[in-house]
Design a protein around this ligand. Structure first.
Ligand code: MG
Length: 256
């Protein structure tokens, strides 16, 4: 596909649209903050989902994931070797687990999408390492997301950060454009070659979401048809922000 064709589906937002996405993003951040506060040994992932449902409702928005392609809950809860798309349920969190919390909110026709990985009680140094590396990889990707850079610059920044810390990046799931649709063009891989891919322009809004594995990058889908797990059952961590590419650099939209 030519570079021109690759860019065709990308929807550039106006300043007014980005202002609305800022509001949606703030709600995502607020909900995640409240859910993270509840993470502790003994709580179930279904209870975390209930917290997200009640908080997003209180803030006047709608959970983006509920019913999306049939997803049965409002938040994704992915524990330890689970990478993404874990379904909340009766599983009880225990000391030493790590959990990825991925949440999207729809407000006034625009989506925001973000994820964090946190420890449950005291966690191992290994677990803390992968969490820190995933957060740093997201930051590296955001830093590279500038007007006149290429999408490959973002992908390569994420990959280089992750691999320099000894972790692999998941290939089968990627970040994405976001706006009126939860998933828009372009796809944003967490691996790639600097200087390649579509040109980044002012007004592009994308969700960057590095998924780092402690072992191999390959993943599998669990029997529930949703939960993605590492093929070697080693730990995985996931961070995500929705950002807007502005004249003066990237702006994180999923913040308070
Ligand atoms: Mg996403």
């Amino acid at each position: 596909m030519s570079p021109v064709m690759q860019e065709m589906g990308i929807i550039v937002k106006s300043q007014q649209e980005i202002a609305q996405m800022r509001e949606a993003g703030r709600i995502v951040a607020a909900v995640l903050e409240v859910v993270v506060e509840q993470v502790r040994p003994g709580i179930t992932t279904a209870e975390l989902d209930e917290v997200a449902v009640s908080e997003v409702g209180r803030l006047g928005a709608v959970a983006s994931f509920k019913g999306y392609r049939g997803f049965p809950a409002s938040i994704c809860t992915s524990i330890n070797e689970e990478v993404v798309h874990g379904i909340p349920g009766s599983r009880v969190l225990k000391e030493g687990d790590i959990i990825s919390l991925d949440f999207g909110a729809l407000l006034n026709g625009f989506h925001g999408d973000a994820a964090v990985t946190v420890g449950v009680g005291r966690i191992s140094a290994e677990a803390q390492n992968i969490i820190d590396a995933a957060e740093d990889a997201l930051e590296a990707g955001i830093h590279a997301a500038r007007v006149n850079a290429r999408l490959g610059d973002v992908s390569a920044a994420i990959q280089n950060c992750a691999e320099s810390r000894g972790f692999s990046v998941v290939r089968e799931y990627v970040g994405h454009g976001i706006g009126r649709q939860l998933h828009e063009e372009p796809q944003v891989p967490n691996f790639g070659i600097a200087g390649e891919g579509p040109l980044l322009r002012k007004g592009m809004t994308i969700a960057l979401e590095p998924m780092l594995n402690a072992g191999i990058w390959r993943t599998m889908v669990a029997e529930d048809k949703w939960t993605v797990i590492t093929a070697d059952r080693k730990l995985s961590a996931h961070f995500e922000h929705t950002i807007a590419i502005g004249e003066n650099g990237p702006e994180i939209l999923t913040v308070l």
